[in-house]
Design a protein around this ligand. Structure first.
Ligand code: PRP
Ligand code: HPA
Ligand code: MG
Length: 183
């Protein structure tokens, strides 16, 4: 990438643009097999999942709806505060719906543990967890993804929607941030 002023803050590339594209298409195919005819609701967990969501829904041509919820727990740190805050709630009734939760990363598990409970309390018929990245080393809550794109090591990553302190979301690949960039 020629015109990037962020590449210098990236220690190494973990998942390339080409690998992302191929894996997201395979995930879309898998979800098609599972959800064709079931009119699922793709629920993007903002902000981090916005790019993955845009690519995944186009990779899975089932009749479906999209919805968004925004939750935040990292603030400006590289580890979870443990306090999950809804900053934009659901705008529609999800009673009886098959929900496909679209996450960028499953890390401590605090966000998804909270959300799965919340969606069931709001009447979801089923909740399927789809995450692009799974970082099992940091898990604090027993949450399992139904479908995960890549299992990654215990490093703080950015790009393809993932931020540090709101920055780097537009880096087109998944990279490990140089510790100097968040020190
Ligand atoms: O498994 P966990 O440890 O809970 O971490 C995963 C969550 O943390 C990040 O969101 P964040 O709170 O940074 O909000 P953002 O999506 O707006 O960046 C990420 O996008 C996931 O939603
Ligand atoms: O490694 C990460 N990077 C960016 N955001 C995150 N939220 C949880 N884990 C991460
Ligand atoms: Mg974040």
């Amino acid at each position: 990438m020629a015109n990037s002023e962020m590449n210098q803050d990236i220690l190494k590339v973990l998942v390339t643009e080409e690998e992302l594209q191929a894996r997201v298409q395979a995930m879309g195919d898998e979800l098609y097999e599972k959800f064709a005819g079931k009119n699922p609701l793709f629920l993007s967990v903002l902000k981090g999942s916005f790019i993955f969501m845009a690519d995944l829904v186009r990779a899975c041509q089932v009749k479906s709806d999209v919805e968004f919820i925004a939750v935040s727990s990292y603030e400006n740190a590289t580890s979870s505060s443990g306090r999950v805050k809804i900053t934009r709630d659901l705008q529609e009734d999800i009673t009886g719906r098959h929900i496909i939760v679209v996450e960028d990363i499953l890390d401590s598990g605090n966000t998804l543990a909270f959300l799965v409970n919340y969606l069931k309390a709001r009447g979801a018929e089923s909740v399927t967890i789809v995450t692009l990245l799974d970082k099992p080393a940091r898990r604090e809550k027993a949450v399992h993804a139904d479908l995960a794109g890549f299992t990654i090591p215990d490093e703080f990553v950015v790009g393809y929607g993932l931020d540090f302190a709101q920055r780097y979301r537009n880096v087109p690949y998944i990279g490990v941030l140089r510790p100097e960039a968040y020190a």
